[in-house]
Design a protein around this ligand. Structure first.
Ligand SMILES: [Zn+2]
Ligand SMILES: [Zn+2]
Length: 279
């Protein structure tokens, strides 16, 4: 299986490759900048070259960039909406410069204005973004846990977004297991996993699934609360992950862990735990 973790870009951006390599990752995910600030530091040419060189040497693929948390493509506030669109474009450009393969996107938050409003807002933003930059990488829409007024906690909502997208070729899906579970998909058992995948297939198409965010869930089924847990130690559990890792529709996909990093060695343990489940 192809598995890796979300690694930090502290220091120089190319140090993230070293971290991934040290952990023995086949693939890895990063933020291209601080995820909690609108400010960006310019990516220096020499640093980008070094990033690409080290990545090539380490033979790591795919490389995934995750959008910053502040971006909200469903925001009802005009200034925040516009700011989100420009930051999003800037972030895709950064991901492209780094030679990333996938760009993972949280769906957005309608902040009380309603699902329909939020979805149309996102569709407009995404169409505007792709018309402007025609990205060379794939944008992956990630399912959410559905806390508060966050969109994308069921695949009907994501399908509604996909339907509104003009240039489908730029888009795909990222499945986060912890989010799916807390949103109410009981993937801790085999039947529940098949049911969810059937729903994805009918509404969007399983061939649109390009990436798994493999996280166990600290919170109970349907809690709509997003708390990641170490693989096998949460509510999805070891048995649940045996089905996920070995499912014929999923096993060939890259798996990225966004599990807790509370103690040293936790990433190594999680990588070991998930690899041990492969049959
Ligand atoms: Zn995720
Ligand atoms: Zn999460």
């Amino acid at each position: 299986m192809k598995v890796g973790v979300h690694v930090s870009i502290a220091g120089k951006i190319y140090e993230s490759v070293d971290r991934a390599k040290e952990l023995g990752c086949d693939t890895f995910q990063i933020f291209s900048r601080s995820p909690r600030s609108w400010q960006t530091k310019e990516l220096k040419k020499a640093e980008v070259e070094e990033f690409k060189k080290r990545r090539k040497e380490a033979k790591i693929a795919p490389v995934i960039v995750h959008i910053p948390y502040l971006i909200n493509l469903a925001s009802p506030v005009h200034s925040l909406y516009q700011r989100s669109i420009s930051a999003y474009i800037e972030d895709i450009k950064r991901a492209e410069i780094l030679g990333a393969n996938y760009f993972v996107t949280h769906i957005g938050n309608h902040k009380g204005r309603g699902e329909k409003y939020g979805i149309s807002r996102i569709v407009t933003a995404l169409n505007q973004i792709t018309a402007q930059i025609r990205p060379s990488l794939k944008i992956l829409l990630e399912n959410t846990a559905g806390a508060g007024t966050v969109l994308g906690y069921n695949f009907a909502q994501i399908a509604a977004i996909v339907k509104g997208i003009k240039e489908a070729k730029y888009f795909g899906l990222c499945l986060d297991t912890a989010h799916a579970y807390s949103a109410g998909y009981n993937i801790a058992n085999e039947h529940g996993l098949w049911e969810m995948l059937k729903e994805i297939d009918e509404l969007i198409g399983l061939n649109q699934l390009f990436l798994i965010h493999a996280n166990d869930s600290k919170t109970v089924l349907g809690s709509r609360i997003d708390r990641h847990e170490d693989i096998g130690k949460g509510k999805i559990g070891r048995e649940g992950f045996v089905f996920i890792v070995n499912h014929p529709a999923l096993r060939k996909l890259p798996f990225i862990l966004e599990t807790p990093k509370k103690r040293p060695g936790e990433d190594v343990d999680n990588l070991k735990a998930i690899r041990a489940l492969e049959k």
